[in-house]
Ligand binder design. Sequence first.
Ligand SMILES: NC(=O)c1ccc[n+]([C@@H]2O[C@H](COP(=O)([O-])OP(=O)(O)OC[C@H]3O[C@@H](n4cnc5c(N)ncnc54)[C@H](O)[C@@H]3O)[C@@H](O)[C@H]2O)c1
Length: 385
Amino acid sequence: MGRDERDALKIGVIGCGNISTTYLRNAGLFAGVAMVACADLMPEMAKLRADEFGLRAVGIDALLADPEIDLVLNLTIPAAHHAVSLSALSAGKHVFTEKPLATSHAEGRHLVEEAGRRGLLIGSAPDTFLGAAGRRARRLVDEGAIGKPVAGTAFMMGRGMEHWHPNPQFYYQPGGGPVLDMGPYYLTMLVNLLGPVASVSALSARGQDERLITAEGPFQNTRFTVGTPTTLLSLLRFRSGAVVTFGASWDVFRHSNMPIELHGTEGSLRLPDPDTFGGVVGLSHRGADWADHDTQGDLYGARNWPYAAPDRANYRMIGVADLARALRDGSRPRASGALALHVLEIMEAILASGEAGATIGLAGEIERPEALGDGDAAALLADRA
Ligand SMILES: NC(=O)c1ccc[n+]([C@@H]2O[C@H](COP(=O)([O-])OP(=O)(O)OC[C@H]3O[C@@H](n4cnc5c(N)ncnc54)[C@H](O)[C@@H]3O)[C@@H](O)[C@H]2O)c1
């Protein structure tokens, strides 16, 4: 074992489902992190991943008790995030969790407070805002390319899951819905660019009371009852004074809205899908034609992918590598629990406002994460010389 590997943050994965393959595959791209063991409620899933990626498959309790493991990467389902992260913190491990941080603001706050009390770090997905497109947008905003941000729009719209997902019912129950499922990508990007949100007002709708599963699988051609709003249109007032419309819907067959546009006193900025790490960032200075920059060729854009170029750049793990760096130099992780907690607070307020029709003020006072420069990003990569 070389010096770099000995010094690396040792990671144990809990939750060996779908997304775990992306994290396990990407870990080798980054410096200062080493995947060593994995566990799952279903031991055969842990065994499968362990064999695929050369790790130790262990029981959950054994992973938590293992003194070699510094950080637990929580890739379980959202309903289990709080319990699994809490047991990891209680075992003295740092945590990085998939989104959302927890399914309620109260549980999310509990985790952030518990980590603070124990002197441990907690980080959370999404880390897409640290990709090439998010970095470029942040630099442009910070340099004043659009002046003072005044207004914006963000839209996540689609027709839902039942035409491709064999088991989509859970997406349409309380704890699911388009805001909790996809909101973290849009809202984390917006908070990284504009700072914290001060108040939220929203309206909600439900296109269908029942949905028909057309995807192949055991439930094909069966119907299920929709238990949560499937369209939420919200107005976000940022503490900076900027106001942004955020729409999240699974009632839309086709649309022409950009994922995110921001308009300031000097110009406009448009961003690609914030669920990706690369894509085209466009800037218009005082009404000039869009100057588009394709970040796909930049560091962490799809074309730099060292294996096979995926159609959507996917560098999940950059947030974990940044947290490992924060532990080494005593600074704060960028994809932090505090940021994810504020995003959870916004999402909970959108849902509550959609129910009640009233404006909801938010208490969250967070600072934007420190900007990640291209050089900082390069320093997170493993030396593949
Ligand atoms: N699948 C994706 O494309 C994707 C993309 C981005 C984010 N995510 C997020 O990643 C997380 C996991 O999603 P997924 O698609 O991999 O789900 P999945 O259902 O495929 O895998 C989850 C795994 O966690 C295990 N698990 C559940 N509860 C557990 C517990 N209490 N202790 C130990 N193991 C437990 C399950 O047995 C399963 O193997 C979710 O939070 C999701 O929002 C998924």
